[in-house]
Design a protein around this ligand. Sequence first.
Ligand code: 3NM
Length: 519
Amino acid sequence: MKLDLSVYLVTDSTDPILKGRDLCAVVEEAVKGGVTVVQYRDKKSDTGAQIEIARKLHRITQAHGVPLIINDRVDVALAVGAEGVHLGQDDMLISEAKKLLPKDTIIGISASSIEEAQAAVAAGADYLGIGTLFATPTKTNTKSIIGTAGTQAILDSIAQSGRDVGTVCIGGINLSNVQRVLYQSASPRKSLDGAAIVSAIMAADDPKAAAAELAKAIATPPPFVRNSEGPVVRETAALLETVPHIVQKLVQVHPLVHNMINFVVANFVANVTLAIGASPIMSPYGDEATDLCQFDGALLINMGTLTSQSPSEYLKAIKAYNQRGNPVVYDPVGAGATQIRRGVVKELMAGGYFDLIKGNEGEIRQVAGSTGVQQRGVDSGPSTLDGQAKARLARDLARREKNIVLLTGAVDYLSDGERVVTVENGHELLGQVTGTGCAVGTVAGCFIATHPTDKFLAVLSALLMYEIAAENAAAKDYVRGPGSFAPAFIDELYAIRQAALKGDHSWYAGRAKVQEITV
Ligand code: 3NM
């Protein structure tokens, strides 16, 4: 029988989790709810008690055809005839355990790095418990928090071994993040087989219902993937031909965009949004997202004027939009400027899915995890990367996060993890008016909400409408500098919108300066 690791329950006998209930009763409920593996993990009971509990658990798991795995204790597994053992890096060596255990015993190993994972695979592990995924109060003495990016790197490295080894991830997994975790952790060559969960089942008031909900979620892709399934235009020439039609669609759809944006630019961004034919709402209050996401618009997170409250408000809103499957755009303003912002970037990246991450070179490097990025305020600072390196940065981040990345500058780099295009439209006066960079995130969000099945095309359309309007504004003879440029720019966005509404695409003819580049 093939080992089904999909809903892997790890037990915990401590009071905060068990809350006075009987361990075996909780596990039985969880198994009835759909748990596929039970690992008995008990760091406090004596050997005799562990054997007694394991025996009871085994009767329950056997009745439901689910394997029982014993954590750490090869002797306890032997005593009760459990189907497997799970060994940490400080436990008995796998080679020693194999000598003691019957031939078909399942052996799982904890791995937190590529080296540990590769060693476990080479030693013949049947499956790996990869983690710690996210920080969790259930186990605080963990080695390192590796996130979905670290998990993905481990999966990719063990895919090379060619051995068929099972994988689950562990740490901080619950109903609200499990689908995203499985989706974002997958490498092109290997995906996780399931999720190992303690508190989200063991501490639940109704462990059976919790297990059933998790089992259902694990078996289905996240809402933001289901909502964006559809045909994608791949050829650059075909993409460019489709752009004005997407602009026309936006004007007709009139999407709502919920901005959690900085106070410096809020007014300007709201006016830009109105000018393109969309509808803005500015709300920093995370709980409002529950209602606002029902309108099927986009959410924009722009951390330009971060406060101590903003990260938790952002996370509430991101969760609501992710659950509904509506687009979320992240503009990590000043990501590398302070220690606090660097921490918030990590927190938000671990806390939700972003359909688009948009930022300047310094910001994108920080989000990608480069060390030593020091931004001066919210400016990008001098560029340290050449064109190829920028293209690679955007592509690798998009590939890792399974989303779209837009790296802005005099030349913009747009990638979906496979393709990279450069966009050279726009005007230098854009750089002289505050809010023009932030508004790109909002406008892109409106376009993704309008055309979610092809987000790359949606963001490209946003960028071209925006930057061609800027060129048109700068060309007006009454525009003498940033002051007169700003209103002229809003007028030109409005002019394109009016043309698009009539199906007039002449604003676009021959204007796009877009090139696909090979990385
Ligand atoms: N092992 P929860 S994290 C038992 O990183 C365990 O190896 C971990 O608990 C590791 O699902 C962890 O409640 C606890 O977050 C996971």
